[in-house]
Design a protein around this ligand. Structure first.
Ligand code: SAM
Ligand code: SF4
Ligand code: SF4
Length: 354
């Protein structure tokens, strides 16, 4: 995409390729109550030390500095964000910043029925629930926990709580859930949620990743087309990762094709971990320690200008680079060796929030 076609934010800082800084994913914890095989396949991890976790006040200070550089969308993630105590208080604090137009959360849904109403009342705008299967036994095998009924309960209660714009994110994997695309779309229709299929990515803890497990955008469209008939792309100018499609009955679904058709050229998002590391790309192996700057008493102006200068030289295009490897060597192996993952928890998907 050329710089002319790329959606640009009028007031936001641009990176080296003209990409705006408009979206921030804030991870509030690296802990999780599931053990999804593609994300956190082991039971125990090296967790971020408790004293390094930023308080809500600190997270708000940093988020507010990001909004001065153009961020107007904040997504709360984790680990499992609903494990962080008092999350509604954090949402309410973020809502005081009028530059933030949209506050969303990505959750596995297990604690959503319990906590959703307080989050809505605190001002959370939108909810995305990760849902890879509708089958309890499969859920248990995939997540090592037997809590699918709680996830359903959460999903089915969000509309009553007042939320609109529910999304259901499914990592589509061959040999795991490739036979559930249609049931998931049908479930989405029932609960008024837009299903988005995410291609399986070789990030962080995805130790079991291999190219033959990736269900590609093309394959997803073929499979759905066979059942539903004509599928038309929704034409829209957006830097959102999902490309959206419409079935003939009007149902909209999305595909996030990070692996086979990466969209780095329009990527406007970066990630803040629960301990204040700032990553410019999901695949980045190093980040900027904003906690250190904050806790060493650097002024807001200093931190803001550091954020600005770091973004200005950003050239990250991790998913595209991974894809290019396929052509260079004919194969795409493990991204990060397990020993290195064990030494640095930040490299895990559950630390940087997906
Ligand atoms: N725990 C929350 C949840 O699962 O929704 C939020 C954090 S999770 C890391 C965020 C998203 O990353 C989830 O939708 C999850 O499915 C996705 N994810 C994790 N590992 C992935 C992988 N290897 N490939 C594609 N998506 C992945
Ligand atoms: Fe699964 Fe999300 Fe937990 Fe990762 S962080 S194991 S994707 S629920
Ligand atoms: Fe953005 Fe990196 Fe993902 Fe590409 S791989 S879309 S640059 S976060």
């Amino acid at each position: 995409m050329s710089a002319v076609e790329r959606p640009q934010h009028p007031t936001s800082v641009q990176d080296a390729w003209g990409r705006s800084l408009t979206s921030l994913r804030v991870s509030v914890t690296d802990r999780c109550n599931l053990r999804c095989q593609y994300c956190m396949p082991e039971e125990e991890y090296v967790w971020l030390p408790r004293e390094t976790l930023l308080t809500f006040e600190e997270l708000v200070v940093l988020t507010n500095l990001f909004t001065l550089q153009g961020v107007d969308k904040v997504r709360i993630t984790g680990g499992e964000p609903l494990l962080r105590k008092n999350l509604p208080a954090f949402i309410a604090m973020l809502r005081q910043n009028s530059r933030i137009q949209d506050i969303a959360i990505t959750t596995n849904g297990v604690l959503l029925a319990e906590q959703g109403q307080d989050l809505f009342d605190a001002g959370l705008h939108r909810v995305t629930v990760s849902l890879d299967t509708l089958k309890p036994e499969r859920f248990k095998a995939l997540t090592r926990r037997d809590t699918l009924s709680q996830v359903f309960e959460g999903i089915e209660s969000v509309t009553k709580m007042g939320f609109v714009g529910l999304k259901l994110d499914t990592v589509a994997m061959k040999g795991y859930n490739d036979d559930e695309l249609i049931p998931l779309i049908e479930y989405g229709k029932r609960v008024n949620g837009e299903v988005r299929f995410i291609e399986y990515m070789d990030v962080g803890g995805a130790n079991d990743w291999s190219p033959d497990k990736v269900l590609s955008r093309k394959e997803i469209l073929t499979e759905l087309g066979r059942y539903y008939g004509e599928i038309e792309p929704v034409v829209e100018m957006s830097s959102a990762p999902a490309q959206r499609f419409r079935l003939s009955d009007g149902t909209i679904f999305g595909i996030i094709s990070s692996t086979t058709v990466p969209f780095c050229s329009t990527c406007d998002r970066s990630r803040l971990t629960a301990d204040g590391m700032w990553y410019l790309c999901l695949y980045a192996k190093s980040g900027l320690d904003l906690r250190k700057l904050l806790r060493s008493g650097r002024s807001d102006e200093d931190i803001q200008s550091i954020i600005q200068s770091v973004w200005r030289v950003r050239k990250d295009r991790g998913a595209e680079e991974r894809k290019e490897l396929e052509h260079q060597s004919g194969r795409r192996g493990r991204y990060i060796e397990i020993d290195r993952l064990r030494q640095d928890p930040h490299l895990e998907m559950h630390a940087r929030g997906g």
